[in-house]
Design a protein around this ligand. Structure first.
Ligand SMILES: [Zn+2]
Length: 270
């Protein structure tokens, strides 16, 4: 039997990892603060953990036999986490791959680098909103993808249907807003989307949506159709921007806006 060797981090590497993460857990769904005051005024309390991305010894989670001991011990192979998240990523390595952990670390350090230069209050908001919060961004996008008013030609022929659908959407957006800190980046996205829908209602408020029907000779119908086209385009570009900044590919019609955005086309002011 061979002696088991562990390529543990040195104290200075642990310290560097903690500072690079600003002592916050790097898991975007956690972000727990891992340092604070001890009851002994001469001491600080440290509850974080420098986790190995690829295990320190054979048989450990995500062990990479091709790494040299120096690579295994390097800060590049570590990620700062709270104790609980450290246990989770090491006991369920299939759910936390090397690539995912590297991405998590890179995202967290990039966010910390950015907020370090912001004022304290906006830093807290950025942290709480978790710029790395793709699940919430996906929920926003799903609200729109579910609604045919943004893509089906048929629905546009029934203005009352359009109005009911948009009313429901506004309620859903308001409910989602309650789940984010006011002023945080995703809250601002929700506010902007709500404003675009309000703008549409403002443009069509003088029409009787219950009786208005498709008629190419009716100036009211033409104005309604034009407002709906503007709405679809403005929402399309906003969702495309949101999807692209979180690496979420959009479906259906919205995918075309994402492609247009990638080519540098601009959203109409709405
Ligand atoms: Zn954590």
């Amino acid at each position: 039997m061979t002696t088991k060797t562990r390529d543990d981090f040195t104290e200075s590497t642990r310290r560097a990892l903690a500072i690079r993460a600003a002592h916050h857990c790097s898991n975007p769904r956690c972000l727990k603060l891992t340092a604070g005051p001890h009851s002994d005024s001469a001491k600080g309390l440290q509850t974080g953990h420098a986790a190995h991305i690829c295990a320190a010894s054979p048989g450990g989670p995500r062990y990479d036999k091709d790494q040299t001991p120096a690579q295994r011990r390097a800060a590049a192979n570590g990620i700062w986490m709270c104790r609980e998240c450290g246990v989770i990523v090491d006991t369920d390595p299939a759910a936390y791959t090397v690539l995912q952990l590297r991405q998590m670390k890179a995202d967290h350090e990039a966010m910390i680098g950015e907020i370090r230069t912001e004022g304290w209050s906006s830093s807290i908001e950025l942290l709480r909103s978790g710029r790395a919060d793709p699940a919430f961004a996906q929920r926003i996008i799903a609200l729109f993808e579910d609604r045919s008013v943004f893509w089906a030609a048929f629905d546009a022929e029934f203005p009352d249907r359009v109005r009911r659908s948009l009313d429901g959407l506004r309620r859903d957006l308001t409910a989602l807003r309650g789940k984010r800190v006011a002023g945080s980046p995703l809250d601002q996205v929700l506010v902007a989307l709500g404003r675009t829908i309000r703008h549409f209602f403002g443009a069509v408020t003088r029409f009787d949506m219950d009786t208005l029907r498709c008629d190419g000779n009716d100036p009211e119908w033409l104005a309604f159709e034009s407002a709906l086209r503007t709405l679809r385009k403005a929402i399309g570009f906003q969702l495309a921007t949101l999807g692209s900044s979180y690496g979420i590919p959009l479906q259906g019609e919205f995918a075309e806006y994402q492609a247009a955005l990638a080519k540098g086309e601009k959203s109409p002011a709405a």
